[in-house]
Design a binder for this molecule. Structure first.
Ligand code: AMP
Ligand code: GLY
Length: 444
């Protein structure tokens, strides 16, 4: 009987927990969570509530539970050295060590790695540790993106047009960032359509899962503030309506070269998920960033389609034997929609802000999958928190049908909740296709 440790408490981890539990190997699940996720708890033998910056607590729970290995969901435990601590205790993990998680946590590490090893995909960029030369470089760029380096774990990306307008504002922001961070990466703003390519890596072999498109903006038509992701879709042909076979192959080729570069650079094989955030632009596929984990919501699109036993995949990642497995995903379309509190992503003085801790009820979600995110189960029912509440996933032969299943399910969640109706719908997909045609100069 395999005992498996899962770390994480969101909808992504609920989907991972379900995928672990449907293994033919009949594993027992032990879950270490920051806050209790009732969905994960119901699939677990035992849960331990604790902090992700407390590797000793994770190791103690892993030892007590006699786990064979750990699967790490979010980035926090990775950047806090939880994998290093588990490995020191003889417990292998699906997830990189702290040093290799720099792929996500340090934007300069990743940009430099691509440059050093001649891997395509970088926009024009430069890393700065002081203000010297920033102004001259800003003058070379048509559009500007600023990425604080270190400390914030890769968070806090500032994009011209969204977060600031002028070159002078960009310079002032850089000076501010340099007061609180060791460095800032300044790069060219790319234009195109983003896609997520989540790849499995054992250090040598890299296997792509179907590409997914996430929707970061809070409101329909990509309006409003950026969020953790309001929903996502994937297509039955394992491409996307605006993305062809060669673009997906380019994203995979970049990731393969990066995995090899990491091994050569550090001497350590990367074992875990390499989730490339790519953008297809008029000049081909470019790398926006890597994450060292599955995406949330993107994990909910691909994991339910997985037909290969997930425990076998985890073991193959750990043992460096992914090349021996045939990893198969069902040829179905998926649409994921998040139900969020009406106040999600809005300023605290907004009239809807109070909705974040309200009670919700879940009606008939039909054939959709349902994954809890930030949900508090109390004696009198389910309560939301300020974060995303529940992800629902429609799975069908076509995107249209998957969208209908997801939309029906998300409407069955009652309370002061909101979601994006447009995700996976025909008009939005047409807009994405048209956007690419205009960029490539194919539009009439
Ligand atoms: P975050 O999720 O807050 O880290 O923000 C990352 C987002 O910033 C990406 O999903 C892109 O939308 C945007 N972004 C990052 N780098 C670039 C770039 N070079 N060009 C255009 N957009 C970018
Ligand atoms: N979907 C965005 C993320 O997981 O970072």
């Amino acid at each position: 009987m395999t005992h498996v440790l899962l770390i994480g408490n969101g909808a992504r981890e609920h989907a991972i927990a379900e995928t672990i539990r449907r293994s033919q190997r009949e594993p027992r699940l032990y879950s270490f969570m920051k806050t209790n996720n009732p969905g994960i708890a119901s699939l677990s033998e035992e849960v331990c509530l604790g902090r992700y910056d407390d590797p000793d607590a994770v190791v103690a729970f892993a030892r007590e539970s006699d786990v064979a290995f750990a699967v790490i969901g979010p980035e926090d435990p990775l950047s806090r050295g939880v994998v290093d601590a588990l490995e020191a205790a003889g417990i292998p993990a699906v997830g990189p060590t702290r040093s290799l998680a720099r792929l996500e946590t340090s934007k300069s590490f990743t940009r430099n790695l691509l440059e050093k090893y001649g891997i395509p995909g970088n926009p024009l960029f430069r890393n700065f540790r002081s203000a010297d030369g920033i102004e001259a470089f800003l003058d070379e760029l048509d559009g500007i993106v600023l990425k604080p380096d270190g400390l914030t774990g890769g968070k806090g990306v500032l994009v011209q047009g969204d977060h600031f307008r002028t070159r002078d504002e960009a310079f002032d922001l850089c000076c501010g960032i340099l007061k609180s961070h060791p460095g800032v990466t300044v790069e060219e703003k790319l234009e195109g359509e983003e896609f997520s390519l989540q790849c499995l890596c054992d250090g040598r072999t890299v296997v792509a899962t179907p590409p997914v498109q996430d929707h970061k903006r809070r409101f329909a038509d990509d309006r409003g503030p950026n969020t953790g992701g309001m929903g996502s879709y994937s297509a039955a042909d394992h491409l996307l309506p605006f993305l062809d076979v060669s673009a997906v192959a380019d994203g995979l080729a970049i990731t393969r070269q990066v995995a090899e570069a990491i091994r050569r650079e550090t001497g350590v094989p990367y074992k875990g998920v390499m989730y490339g955030g790519f953008m297809i632009t008029r000049s081909g596929v470019k790398l926006i960033e890597y994450n060292a984990r599955f995406g949330d919501p993107e994990a909910m699109n691909i994991l339910p389609l997985l037909r290969t036993d997930f425990i076998d995949i985890c073991r193959a990642i750990i043992d460096g034997q992914l090349d021996r497995l045939d990893i198969v995903f069902e040829k179905k379309a998926t649409v994921c929609k998040y139900a969020v509190p009406k106040g999600y992503g809005l300023p605290p003085d907004h009239p809807d802000a109070a909705s974040t801790s309200s009670r919700i009820e879940i009606g008939d979600v039909g054939e959709a999958r349902l994954y809890y995110s930030s949900i508090d189960r109390r004696p009198d029912g389910l309560y939301m928190t300020p974060s995303r509440a529940i992800g629902v996933v429609g799975i069908a032969d076509s995107l249209g049908e998957a969208e209908r299943v997801a939309e029906k399910a998300v409407n069955a969640i009652r309370g002061p909740v909101d979601h994006r109706r447009d995700i996976g719908t025909e008009p939005l997909l047409r807009k994405r296709i048209q956007h690419m045609k205009i960029l490539k100069g194919e539009s009439t």
